[in-house]
Design a protein around this ligand. Structure first.
Ligand SMILES: [Zn+2]
Length: 120
C-alpha cells in the first residue's frame, strides 16, 4: 500500500529530526556544566591540564553545538528527498526555516493524501 509506505517514510524522517533536535538541546544545556565538569575532571587527573585545555574544551563544545544545529535540519525531506537546509552550509538562515527549502513541505507534516482512504 503506497500510502502506508509514505506515512512510514514521513514518520521516520520526523523521528530522525526529533532525535537530532534533542541532541542539539542536550549539547546546549550541558554546555556550561559539561565544560566546567570536564575542566575539573582533567585538573583532577593531572593538575594544570584542565587549565591548559579549558579554552579548547569550550571551543570544541561550541563547535559540536553549531554542528548539531546544522545536522538538525540536514535530514532528508520525505517528499522530495532533498535536504531541508541549503546545500551551502553557511547559509544559516535556512536552519531556522520551518519548511523544506526545496519543495516547501512544512516540518512535522503528515503525508498528504489527495484522497483520504475510507475503510468501509
Ligand atoms: Zn522537500
Amino acid at each position: 500500500m503506497p500510502g502506508q509506505m509514505q506515512a512510514q517514510k514521513y514518520a521516520s524522517a520526523w523521528r530522525d529530526l526529533r532525535r537530532r533536535e534533542a541532541a542539539y538541546w542536550i549539547i546546549f544545556f550541558t554546555y556550561l556544566p559539561g565544560v566546567v565538569g570536564l575542566f575539573k575532571l582533567l585538573d583532577w587527573l593531572a593538575p594544570g591540564l584542565g587549565h591548559s585545555l579549558a579554552q579548547w574544551i569550550a571551543i570544541a563544545w561550541g563547535a559540536a553545538w553549531i554542528f548539531s544545529g546544522y545536522r538538525r535540519l540536514a535530514i532528508h525531506c520525505p517528499r522530495c528527498g532533498e535536504r531541508f537546509v541549503a546545500d551551502r552550509w553557511w547559509e544559516t538562515s535556512s536552519l531556522s526555516s520551518s519548511e523544506c527549502i526545496h519543495c516547501g513541505l512544512p516540518l512535522w507534516s503528515e503525508p498528504t493524501d489527495p484522497k483520504p482512504t475510507n475503510n468501509r
